[in-house]
Design a protein around this ligand. Sequence first.
Ligand SMILES: Cc1ncc(C[n+]2csc(CCOP(=O)(O)OP(=O)(O)O)c2C)c(N)n1
Ligand code: SF4
Length: 281
Amino acid sequence: MTQSTVTLTPKDFKSEVKPTWCPGCGDFGVLNSVYNTLATLKLPPDETVVVSGIGCSSRLPHFVKTFGFHSVHGRALPVAQGLKMARPDLTVVAVGGDGDLFSIGAGHLVHAALRNIDITVVVMDNEIYGLTKGQTSPTSPTGHTTKSTPYGLLASQFNPIATALSLNVSFVARGFSSKPKELATLIEQGINHHGFSFIHALSPCPTFYNTMDVWKTNVTPIPADHDSHNRFKAMELAMETERPFVGLFYQDERQTMDQAAHQLQNQAKEFDLDKYMARYA
Ligand SMILES: Cc1ncc(C[n+]2csc(CCOP(=O)(O)OP(=O)(O)O)c2C)c(N)n1
Ligand code: SF4
């Protein structure tokens, strides 16, 4: 990750495209955190890429003056990982909604965790599908009623932090769109972390499922004495769903796949193909 030699402010990362989100949408808070983080880290806009899938939240790359890729529903992580493998010099941030990353894109989350490629993902969780007008998502609470679940959702509620921890993701954090300063700090730590960083951002949808007041009341900072290298303790915090904890749950520095592949590339230069093929002669 290189740093710009010129001073950059959050304004420098605002594109000409104005956000089309509904008034009060939590995604505005997440966007502000992204602007602040990029400026704090002095990331050169032409060496930074924001990748998304499809959804209200996935519109975010349009509003950021870096490179961007508004891809296909559920495919933000494959695009972001491919990009980082091909261009390890770039800072790659993937963004999207709970539908995008925990429904159609859930399989990709598993493999992103196992590969530990050095990218950061920010999931804007409003516990429903916003863009398609409020259907349930994996993070909707059991019993939640919508136009398409008039008798209430029968499935269990997905736990993003516990899932990320069980997959041994190397950086796991949660923030809240109404606390953009704290969220910006977590995104900054995530980008600085060498490996796959998972940031769960609670981001309410006031139009289809307004969780703003509940989260404002219940969101609780992770205790200051929490050891963020202890995955078992982090899991205990993750299991608290009534009063969701915000902050850094877990961090572990280990080899990344982009690093390992780079080393392998050097090794492969010495590979003698003729000698290898002689075995089959
Ligand atoms: C392959 C495919 N399936 C379904 C859709 C329809 N679709 C678009 S966005 C979306 C879900 C959006 O929810 P989420 O990812 O949580 O984002 P939000 O809009 O809430 O920010 C769905 C199902 C699609 N665009 N492509
Ligand atoms: S529908 Fe919900 S998630 Fe989509 S822009 Fe409006 S408030 Fe935000």
